[in-house]
Design a protein around this ligand. Structure first.
Ligand code: NAD
Length: 351
């Protein structure tokens, strides 16, 4: 056993039903006096309530998926103009991502209050999109200083988004098992995260407003994201970044569709990860377990339903090929990528 593992510095507060008090405590901890609040229009009302006890100098609502560069630039300008000293993000990965874009150039500390299971709040990865290309990078400045998890804020997430977002979180766990910096510590976190997600999702799909299941999903999503940020981007994330950035596919549903195909490709070449995942699913194989779960919760099934055209597949494969991680267990060339993308496009049964 020889490896180097880095744990990122972050405070995490699980506070069901107490986001406002949690945010007030975290902003006070940072001695924040001029808070820039970032939340999309949809989250604006909740956000105002949650931020009621902190000194907000400006509320910014222009949030867009995959953080287009002009959107980031405008948010940075707002932060400058208002001399913000803390950025508070309330919302899904898109709101967190915009806060990270501000932090990247300003160094301002971020307090993140997630309302989906995207997990961006636990990573030091930023992403921005320009002219159809999504660029990602790693920078310590973008890691939120603290995260306030209030499962009550996720009760309103519709079942289809809940399912897709949870499978996005599960993808962090699965990809962490063979990503470039995979190690036994992030594997342990990834598998415990996967266990939390897999055990909570069916109950939440049946009863979206039950708190214990929602808390289980947040717990699993956090662990999965910690494992992902430590292990780095594996093949699955490389594929989804290209699909999201180049073809503007929706983030979480794209992950939900692609994951079983990456798992089916890699499982025969990663027997230990396969066995441990199968155990999490309590299934004969990891692929069978994931597919059973996906059917149980009616997960999105095909990239063609998300807006990808069949004629886009060669172009997508071309863009993914140079970024396939050397650590990927299965050998991956153009043929394997085109086949995988075609299967995901069509929604074939990965078993
Ligand atoms: P999102 O933040 O765009 O949210 C999806 C939709 O759900 C939006 O319409 C939003 O308003 C709505 N929503 C959010 N919370 C809700 C709630 N509680 N109730 C009802 N509706 C709600 O999507 P996402 O999947 O959370 O995040 C995707 C973005 O995050 C992408 O840009 C992706 O690249 C990024 N991301 C980054 C990382 C990272 O480590 N940097 C990790 C994961 C995702």
């Amino acid at each position: 056993m020889e490896f180097v593992h880095q744990t990122l510095p972050q405070r995490v507060r699980f506070a069901p039903g107490q986001a406002a008090a949690g945010v007030a405590a975290e902003v006070a901890e940072l001695d924040g006096r001029r808070v820039m609040l970032i939340a999309s229009d949809r989250e604006a009302e909740d956000a105002a309530r949650i931020a009621a006890d902190v000194p907000v100098v400006v509320s910014h609502h222009e949030v867009a998926m995959h953080v287009p560069v002009p959107v980031a630039e405008r948010a940075r300008e707002v932060a400058r103009q208002h001399r913000a000293d803390v950025v508070l993000t309330i919302g899904g990965g898109s709101a967190t991502g915009l806060g990270k874009a501000v932090a990247l150039t300003s160094g301002l500390p971020v307090v993140a209050v997630p309302t989906t299971y995207a997990g961006s709040e636990a990573t030091d990865v930023w992403g921005m999109t320009e002219d159809g290309t999504k660029t990602t990078g790693v920078d310590a400045r973008v890691l939120p200083r603290s995260v306030v998890y209030d499962a009550g804020l996720t009760l309103s997430l519709p079942v289809d988004l809940t399912v897709a977002s949870t499978l996005n979180a599960l993808a962090h766990s699965v990809d962490a098992l063979w990503a470039p910096r995979a190690d036994p510590i992030n594997a342990a976190l990834a598998l415990e995260g996967a266990r939390g997600l897999v055990s909570a999702l069916p109950a939440v799909a049946d009863e979206p407003e039950a708190m214990p299941g929602r808390e289980g999903l947040l717990y699993g999503a956090y662990l999965a994201a910690v494992a992902f940020t430590s292990a780095g981007s594996g093949l699955h994330h490389k594929i989804c970044h290209v699909l999201g950035g180049r073809f503007d596919l929706p983030h979480a549903p794209t992950h939900a569709v692609v994951l079983p195909h990456v798992l089916a490709l890699n499982a025969p070449f990663a027997p230990d990860a396969e066995r441990r995942l199968a155990d999490v699913f309590d299934a004969d194989t990891a692929v069978a377990g994931l597919e059973a779960l996906r059917r149980r919760v009616r997960a999105p099934g095909a990239l063609r339903d998300l807006g990808l055209r069949e004629s886009d597949i060669p172009d997508a494969a071309e863009a993914i090929l140079p970024v396939v991680p050397a650590s990927n267990p299965a050998p991956v060339g153009r043929d394997e990528l085109e086949r995988l993308l075609h299967d995901a496009w069509e929604g074939t049964d990965p078993r």
